[in-house]
Design a protein. Structure first.
Lengths: 253, 253
């Protein structure tokens, strides 16, 4: 069994603990948390420590804290020459303290508190400072997911920015859609099958081939009708910018 | 059996014919097409007509043609006082010619040529000029879907605009995400589980509660890092506008 210690008790840490609990190849020996609190039912409370001096020796230390805290947490670790990884999409490998062997273990997914998720399909993006450490990290990753990727810091940065477009920005468009429904007394639920199908379409079509709508086909009368329908300035601005961008994008290609 | 004639042979018409083929309550008696061509395996080619004079009497005529053509097609119909509906999300009921009883039968979904879809979950948005016609239209709708909605022209317009946000614009964000991946030599496939989960999250959370990311938490250092990462002007413009909009939206609420 590969012995792992998790440092952090947030949302990602909790989902990782739940995933590793089902793994045969990995054992979580400790979880470092600032306070002695319940983290998940899948963790024996006795494994939770709040004092750096209580850390036992592990094969891998996973720092799962906010980006701002990675540097200071990694420098506080009371040991050296161990394999220490963070789970951030945007932080570079170099953010970790030099006294340990560095790596990244980035699960590219959106985690919702209290909503369980099938880890098997989640892409785990791995990077290690030393090639000799990659194998262990890969073994740990494959013990919970079938989707393991070797991704360097530059690629990970690109993925993280792209993820903002397809996750954060997309969800914001859902929010604007919801707002338009509320303002016009129609249930947002009616749009949910469309939202799901729009995402599922990508399994068979490229987004370029899947693009439809008035902007794509340059249907100016529908665009004009939509613009005059939208009285909310924010919605109207976003509508115009994205419509123009789709129209120009088509011309460029 | 309710007798239906479909006028049009495009993408939506084809999906409707496939759906009605499985219905016990409805029979498609004719399909009007400009040319005698193969439409779907589920249609007896002898039912395809290309001459208005060959139209037989039906209980319901469904005009499924492009928005621009609805008015002229409905005025060409060689009969009067029949129930005639269109399938458009953006066209008003009034676009149909006055000589027949009008209605709308709008399936709110994105239809991909050649990709079959489970009609049962597709919202069918119905409207009729006369209340007495609603029951028949409802019966037809329930024969292929469990999701039947009474939606007036104003509500349908709102749904159609909202659908542009959650479908066309969302797909465009997928396209930009794909572009960022390609430019940085990383596979877009890695983002697909995230895209699916972002959509599926809406089944348990409102989009407002599901919103995460640097803009939402006002993480200025990550936003700055993303902005300097994006060298493509179009991507950079969309990133800034949507980030600002998310930040301001949070303040307003």
């Amino acid at each position: 069994m590969i012995k792992i210690t998790i440092i952090g008790s947030g949302n990602v840490a909790q989902h990782l603990i739940d995933a590793f609990a089902k793994s045969d190849a990995v054992e979580i020996i400790q979880v470092f948390s600032r306070t002695q609190k319940h983290i998940t039912d899948n963790l024996d409370p006795q494994k939770i420590i709040t004092d750096w001096n209580a850390l036992a020796e592990a094969d891998l230390y996973i720092i799962s804290v906010s980006d701002d805290a990675i540097a200071s947490v990694s420098s506080q670790l009371p040991f050296k020459n161990q394999l220490v990884v963070h789970t951030s999409g945007s932080a570079p490998l170099s953010l970790l303290d030099d006294k340990n062997r560095k790596g990244v273990f980035y699960p590219l997914q959106t985690f919702t508190k209290g909503k369980s998720i099938d880890f098997k399909t989640i892409p785990l993006c791995l990077e290690t400072q030393f090639e000799s450490d990659y194998k262990l990290l890969e073994k740990v990753a494959y013990s919970i997911s079938e989707n393991v990727q070797s991704i360097d810091s530059h690629q990970r940065k690109a993925l993280h920015v792209a993820a903002v477009f397809v996750n954060n920005f997309t969800n914001y468009l859902y929010q604007l859609g919801n707002e338009i429904c509320q303002e016009n007394h129609v249930s947002f639920d009616i749009l949910k099958p469309l939202i799901l199908e729009t995402a599922e379409k990508l399994l068979t079509l490229s987004p370029k081939d899947a693009q439809t709508g008035p902007a794509k086909r340059n249907d100016l009368s529908t665009i004009k009708a939509h613009e005059s329908f939208l009285s909310n300035e924010n919605q109207s601005t976003i509508y115009k910018i994205l419509t123009q961008s789709i129209q120009n994008h088509g011309k460029k290609l």
